[in-house]
Design a protein around this ligand. Structure first.
Ligand code: NDP
Length: 256
């Protein structure tokens, strides 16, 4: 009985930023559990590669080109996914960017780029999906936050990123409260250091690696699949009484 709670047969899912890293792992996890999957991202080349990768895993996914930092494109991506998949039961808001910059040097363009992608775009994707889910009477949204939404993550200077992720956590709780009675569950995960293109520079830097490995009780970086497993749980009926939660996946980094 319990294993069946993780099955997503007959459900339709959109993963934003699903072309690589954590998003691609989420698409694989949801597809393997039986969901029909759409992924969106800006690069068509990477989108096509991701679809090929998923096909090799036995998952038929579709790619939708979209830049979620634009409100209209974010909403359109959700609309197109629902049209192509015949509805939308699950939304994973994963698209995100990180920019490291001292606050006194940060330009308005960089601030806006980060906030528009990580927070504002995520809200518009949520809103477009929630409209459909309310009409259907059910739905599950999982937002990808970060431990950077709880801690300043020194010595990296990334004020816009940290603020955007704290915003994602609070947006998740706010929307969860607003739509709980409509049978829509809205949760977030807060990953720590996960091996992806986003963190490659830091992980390849021996000095930086030493700092964060020393602060991580499990003494290793996480894998995208370890985030995807938690996303699958939250998206599925296994988490049927879970809403408004922010699940930390960081090898213990934020324990102390
Ligand atoms: P990657 O850089 O590997 O992947 C990011 C994905 O988002 C790509 O598919 C990218 O495709 C897409 N994306 C970026 N900007 C946009 C945009 N404007 N519109 C649509 N798609 C976009 O990063 P990760 O897999 O590491 O990160 C995924 C999420 O997890 C992010 O939200 C990140 O903040 C979060 N996270 C990551 C951690 C880590 O350690 N890796 C830790 C905590 C949180 P394209 O560029 O083609 O658009």
């Amino acid at each position: 009985m319990y294993a069946e709670l993780f099955r997503l047969d007959g459900r339709a899912a959109l993963v934003t930023g699903g072309s690589r890293g954590i998003g691609l792992a989420c698409a694989e996890a949801l597809g393997e559990a039986g969901a029909r999957v759409a992924i969106s991202a800006r690069s068509r080349e990477e989108g096509a590669k991701a679809v090929d990768y998923l096909k090799q895993k036995g998952i038929e996914a579709i790619y939708l080109p979209a830049d979620v930092s634009s409100e209209s494109a974010a909403q359109e991506a959700v609309r197109q996914a629902a049209e192509a998949l015949g509805g939308l039961d699950i939304l994973v808001n994963n698209a995100g960017i990180a920019r490291h910059c001292d606050s006194l040097k940060l330009t308005p363009e960089t601030w806006n780029e980060v906030i528009d992608t990580n927070l504002t775009g995520l809200f518009w994707c949520c809103r477009a999906a929630i409209g459909m889910m309310v009409a259907k009477g059910s739905g599950s949204i999982v937002n990808i936050g970060s431990i950077s939404g709880f801690i300043s993550n020194l010595p990296q200077n990334q004020v816009a990123y940290n603020a955007s992720k704290a915003g994602v956590h609070m947006l998740t709780k706010s929307l969860a409260g607003e739509f709980a009675a409509s049978n829509i569950r809205i949760n977030a995960v807060a990953p720590g250091y996960i091996e992806t293109a986003m963190t490659q520079g830091g992980l390849d830097d021996p000095e930086w690696s030493k700092i964060w490995l020393g602060m991580t009780p499990m003494a290793r970086a996480g894998k995208a699949s370890e985030v995807a497993a938690a996303v699958l749980f939250l998206a599925s009926d296994a988490a049927s009484y879970v809403t408004g939660s922010v699940l930390t996946i960081d090898g213990g980094y934020t324990i102390h």
